[in-house]
Write a protein that binds this ligand. Structure first.
Ligand code: BGP
Length: 469
């Protein structure tokens, strides 16, 4: 099996986890710039005032800002034809309230996009990937000026855009991933974070409107540009065949995985939303014109992150596992990563089939990957058969889905070069095919080297997914 001609192969990153240069050339602070590192047991703390003795991993991250030419050349060497990245809002609008963008920021992204193009790589750009301007979070909400500025400046260079990274994280109550959920649907003061489900769902409503407004504008102004959503798809299975478990899982799937994309792909709230709102004290402040706007701003393609699956049960004593942004029930048939995320390639095939069946839109898997401990050899090499194994199995699952009839546009591996972890802020949780010499205590010379998986992915892309040996 192999992928269709023109299949997009590449990797995915986010500015706040990769770019560094957090206060260079006039850039303002975004929410992640205020976040300390943590680990699997310690949630990331958000400091309103910076502590001079603390370490803020986003400040330097792995310094794409000063290494972009070298890094993009490495991506090209792997054979990529797509690179998913995000723009740092505060590099253009330091507080989010400015009317005009910073020229230095526009120049930087233009250089990056042009560099991609010169290597035959299409940029796939997430407009918001967990990086609201800190000022804006404290004072206002707002997004439209920023999105429009990006499209007006770069529609000639960037064909593929995603509006909000993992928008559905906003449906989750704050728990182990308080900070990210908060950043996404945030409406209060940072140091007095409290969860309010009504506010959260109304914040989501505004994200839907903002996204639809931009999509409508782009469709009217720049035909040919493709606008996508981005969901964090956490597949769940009922743990048992008890009908109560089956129903609980159906509800969980709706709330977590379908609610947002039903709105963004179909242009209207799903039928089950009304009862859910009523039972949870949610009152969506629907203004005149909102429904029309949602209907006019539907996405052109559906994208998502897929790392793992969990189980759901109504029975007591279920064992819980860690995961991407959320905890979930253990599945006795699956193994888990070093960070406790259950590995489930067949689940990827299932999601591709289910999503395609529901929306009949072209799909793209824009995040998938394995965070692991890597050991760098003295010569710079890293032997990471575990990563290759994960990658191979997930590519097989995608090829099966394509053979099932799913229209799959492309695949971007998460963190193809080591970046700061979003959930824990750690450097030692590495996803990359490219190792970056950077450590949790802030040391490291930022040099890049190729892991074994680099060569494996290169070979796979060269054969368009046929050579998976
Ligand atoms: C996704 C985020 C990414 C990324 C990934 C891995 O949810 O969109 O930003 O970081 O998860 O998560 P982590 O970095 O916590 O291992």
């Amino acid at each position: 099996m192999r992928m269709k001609e023109g299949f997009l192969w590449g990797g995915a990153t986010a500015a706040n986890q990769y770019e560094g240069a957090w206060n260079v050339d006039g850039k303002g602070a975004s929410v992640p710039d205020h976040m300390r590192g943590g680990d699997i047991n310690t949630p990331r703390q958000i400091d309103a005032e910076f502590d001079p003795d603390a370490l803020y991993p986003s400040w330097e991250a792995t310094d794409f800002y000063h290494h972009y030419e070298e890094d993009i050349a490495l991506f090209a060497e792997m054979g990529w034809n797509v690179f998913r990245m995000s723009v740092n809002w505060t590099r253009l609008f330091p507080t989010g309230t400015e009317k005009e963008p910073l020229q230095a920021g526009l120049d930087f992204y233009r250089k990056v996009f042009e560099c991609c193009k010169s290597h035959g790589i299409e940029p796939l750009v997430t407009i918001s990937h967990y990086e609201l301007p800190y000022y804006l979070v404290e004072h206002y909400n707002g997004w439209a000026t920023y999105g429009k500025c990006l499209l007006d400046n770069f529609h000639d260079l960037v064909k593929y855009w995603l509006t909000f990274n993992e928008i559905n994280i906003g449906t989750m109550a704050m728990g182990c991933t308080l900070s990210l959920g908060t950043i996404q649907g945030y409406t209060g003061t940072m140091d007095k974070v409290k969860d309010d489900i009504n506010e959260r769902y109304n914040a989501l409503h505004h994200q839907f409107l903002a996204s639809a407004k931009l999509i409508k504008y782009v469709h009217e102004t720049y035909p040919g540009v493709m606008m996508g959503n981005m969901d964090c798809f956490i597949l769940t299975y009922a743990l048992t065949c008890d009908p109560a478990d089956q129903w609980a899982n159906l509800e969980q799937m709706r709330r977590m995985n379908w609610y947002c994309s039903d709105v963004q792909a179909r242009g209207a709230y799903p039928f089950y939303a009304k009862r859910f709102w009523e039972e949870n004290g949610i009152e969506i402040k629907m203004e005149p014109g909102d429904e029309e706007l949602l209907a006019q701003g539907k996405i052109d393609f559906y994208t998502y992150s897929y790392y793992q699956s969990n189980t759901v049960t109504t029975h007591e004593g279920a064992e819980m596992m860690a995961g991407n942004m959320t905890m979930g029930g253990k599945n006795p048939y699956l193994e888990a990563s070093d960070w406790g995320w259950q590995i489930d390639p067949t689940g990827l095939r299932i999601t591709l089939n289910e999503i395609y069946d529901r929306y009949h839109l072209p799909l793209m898997v824009v995040e998938n990957g394995l965070g692991a401990f890597d050991e760098k050899e003295p010569d710079g090499s890293v032997h990471d058969p575990y990563r290759i194994d994960y990658l191979r199995k997930h590519i097989v699952a995608m090829e099966e889905a394509v053979a099932d009839g799913v229209d799959l546009m492309g695949y971007t591996w998460w963190g193809p070069i080591d970046v700061v972890s979003a959930g824990t802020g750690e450097m030692r949780k590495r996803y990359g095919f490219i190792y970056v010499d950077k450590y949790d205590d802030g040391t490291g010379d930022l040099s890049r080297s190729r892991k074994d998986s680099f060569f494996w992915y290169q070979k796979c892309i060269k054969s368009n997914g046929e050579d998976l040996a």
